[in-house]
Design a binder for this molecule. Structure first.
Ligand code: NI
Length: 182
């Protein structure tokens, strides 16, 4: 396994629509190795989620995991989830506002509005179809990661930039334990 380089804002790959993954591609050992490398990279970088375009592959693949995270100590635990070709198939009108950061947008946090409840359909790493509902924190992370497959970063989803904050200032001025931190 290997730790992959994370693309930073400005890298055109972050602005591309990611290609969907075929069953043949998914079953390719190289793809499975890439997937394991993504997991290792996310863990090494202390990320909660990672999308394939962030590590140089413009493919529809996201992973997330939030157990024992140092960057987001308030995040609820969620075991590793691997989603191939994920799609939002439904969402609530109800929205929630929370802080988001991104491994591709270093040192910044900003408040973003997201749907509180979503339905996602996708495939697992063996290409078995899965569909599930997510709410709150998990729904926010999923929307953030799926956005990466559409060439979007959280900055694009901010209603205005008045809360855009450097991490050092965030810790000093903005951090409130009751807030959802993503
Ligand atoms: Ni991100």
């Amino acid at each position: 396994m290997a730790v992959l380089e994370v693309a930073k804002l400005g890298n055109p790959i972050l602005r591309k629509i990611a290609a969907s993954i075929t069953a043949d591609e998914c079953h390719d050992p190289d793809f499975q190795t890439f997937l394991d490398d993504m997991i290792e990279t996310m863990e090494k970088m202390d990320g909660i989620g990672l999308a394939a375009p962030q590590v140089g592959q413009s493919k529809q693949l996201v992973i997330l995991k939030s157990t024992g995270n140092n960057r987001y100590p308030d995040a609820p635990d969620h075991p590793l989830m691997i989603l191939v070709n994920p799609k939002l198939t439904n969402h609530s009108e109800e929205i929630i506002e929370g802080w988001e950061g991104c491994l591709s947008v270093e040192d910044l946090r900003g408040k973003v509005w997201r749907h509180n409840k979503i339905t996602v359909s996708a495939f697992d790493r063996e290409m078995n179809p899965i569909s599930f509902e997510a709410e709150g924190f998990l729904a926010v992370v999923l929307q953030h990661e799926i956005d990466h497959l559409l060439g979007k970063v959280f900055l694009d989803r901010m209603r205005d930039f008045s809360t855009l904050t450097h991490l050092a200032e965030f810790e000093q001025y903005w951090r409130a334990p009751e807030e959802v931190t993503v």
